[in-house]
Design a protein around this ligand. Structure first.
Ligand code: HEM
Length: 488
């Protein structure tokens, strides 16, 4: 019930079902953004079956609620399906509490800005593998893109060296993520709207399909986790362990005294990283290739900058980053133009008031990253791809380096320093070696780029598109091949 103040404006609820019809959306980012225009408010309120939702469409409000009031805006919505799919160990979905704090601390130790530097050799190797794969079979871009993000994640977490995207462990993990992810949205299973259904026996509930899918997702996830852990242990026994989060933990002398809880937390962090780092990075890499094919003028400008700073004597290295401001602006603009996670749910742990509106405890507070990244008051012509927007009138990169696509407050992406390294290095290396353009059909006519995206669970996925990926010159071909020969 409303306490001392009205709820924020929003669509009018229907009796019993509330706003359930307003909440069923194909593209939640733009659709929630429309509410702000319609109801003339940066924050909007809706309710369905007793679940309250506050949509936050403006960056200033997100800063006030998620950052300044982080103490009470850092929980996650309690979705019953999470338990059924066995995802209680997923750090990104955990309630705000002591176990989350333990996992988050482990993540911070391993993924902060300084620690992220330790992953540079692995990022370098995986990106160079990616370049070689693009050189050999450019038409298989989608598969090479997956290979880059997944092989990097399983390498830093378990020391596992993937040979192909068809690796059975990876197929199992991905199938599990897809199944479970599709069950977690409010409208995916009626269990999410009526939590008590989760406690009714399978045969009684009449919900065989989603409960069976949940059990399958859990089984596949456990299979992947156990196999990866066994792999890490065996590689240590055989003296062949590649340094990683799990192998370092198992080998540490103090691990024998580590509590069961810490051991479980390490495993949960490893799997969460797999889940959190792969689809998001794959989506960014696809968007980057799509935008480069669509905007040859941006590509040429970035290549001119790379040529001027690095010359054609070597491939880019991490230390080149501060000397390449235009490439930095491309990174910011790619991350702004499309966000892997358009709308991110936090939850409120105490009753609160904001701008005269009452927000009840337990409200799901949706940070609409899409709306903030496309706010025309901040980014004029928000749908245009313009890295130039990040330069001030003196031609210097401006101070707006806040990447909203990593989320907010205490739940902000804990892997953002690692993600930024992978994405930047992939962009720099690709642009130095390849020209990306529109593909041609058998008659030599350019094929239009497919600009479509689709939503899978919380993630926006780029639909596949055809493009041409050609080496800029023999020199770069030689560099790529030479890198591979030295790493074998
Ligand atoms: C470009 C790639 C990535 C994007 C766009 C991205 C985006 C996000 C977003 C939007 C969140 C939720 C933030 C919020 O709740 O406000 C998140 C959480 C998280 N991310 Fe990332 N991420 C990326 C890569 C990574 C990588 C490489 C890692 C690990 C090395 C990672 C680990 C995590 C974890 C563990 C969480 C959960 C944090 C928590 O709930 O406390 N992410 N990420």
């Amino acid at each position: 019930q409303q306490k001392n103040g009205p709820y924020a404006p929003g669509p009018k609820p229907l009796p019993i079902v509330g706003n359930i019809l307003d909440l069923q959306m194909k593209e939640p980012g733009p659709e929630y953004a429309k509410w702000s225009k319609k109801y003339q408010s940066g924050i909007c309120f809706a309710t369905a079956f007793g679940n309250n939702i506050l949509v936050v469409n403006k960056h200033a409000d997100a800063d006030e609620l998620f950052e300044k009031r982080a103490k009470i805006y850092s929980d996650r919505p309690h979705i019953p399906m999470i338990k059924l799919v066995g995802w209680e160990g997923m750090v990104s979905l955990m309630p705000y509490g002591n176990y989350w704090r333990l996992c988050r601390r482990i993540c911070q130790q391993h993924f902060n800005y300084e620690s992220a530097k330790n992953y540079r050799p692995i990022i370098r190797e995986k990106v160079h593998d990616f370049l070689l794969a693009l050189l050999e079979t450019p038409n298989n871009f989608a598969s090479h893109n997956k290979m880059l993000s997944i092989s990097f994640a399983v390498s830093i977490m378990y020391g596992y060296q993937m040979k192909s995207v068809d690796d059975p462990l990876i197929t199992a993990a991905n199938h599990s993520l897809l199944l479970a992810g599709s069950l977690l949205t409010p409208d995916a299973s009626i269990i999410n709207l009526f939590p008590f259904l989760a406690h009714i026996p399978l045969w009684l509930s009449g919900l065989m399909t989603s409960r069976k899918a949940a059990a399958e997702a859990e089984g596949l996830m456990k299979y992947m986790q156990e196999s990866m852990l066994n792999f890490a242990k065996t590689s240590i026994k055989n003296g062949a362990a590649v340094p990683s989060l799990m192998t370092n933990f198992i080998e540490k002398p103090s691990t024998s005294q580590a509590g069961e809880e810490e051991e479980k937390a390490m495993q949960d962090v490893a799997f969460t990283t797999y889940a959190g780092a792969t689809d998001t990075t794959i989506a960014v890499t696809s968007t980057f290739f799509y935008l480069m094919a669509k905007h040859p003028e941006v590509q040429r400008k970035a290549q001119a900058e790379i040529d001027q700073i690095i010359g054609s004597t070597r491939l880019p290295e991490f230390d080149d980053r501060p000397s390449l401001p235009y490439l930095e602006a491309i990174y910011r603009e790619v991350m702004r133009w499309n966000q892997s996670v358009p709308v991110i749910p936090h939850a409120l742990t105490e009753d609160d008031y904001y701008k005269g509106y009452f927000i009840p405890k337990g409200t799901t507070v949706l940070g609409n990253i899409w709306a903030m990244n496309h706010d025309e008051d901040v980014y004029p012509e928000p749908f245009a791809f313009k890295p130039e927007r990040f330069f001030d009138e003196n031609g210097n990169l401006d101070k707006n380096n806040r990447i909203l696509s990593y989320g907010f407050g205490r739940r902000i992406c804990v892997g953002k320093a690692v993600a930024s390294s992978v994405v930047w290095f992939m962009m720099a290396s690709t642009l130095s070696c390849f020209n990306i353009g529109k593909a041609k059909d058998e008659f030599g006519n350019e094929i239009e780029l497919n600009g479509e995206y689709r939503t899978e669970g919380l993630i926006t996925v780029k639909e596949e598109f055809k493009c041409s990926i050609l080496p800029r010159s023999q020199v770069y071909k030689d560099f790529i091949q030479a890198e591979k020969n030295t790493s074998v």
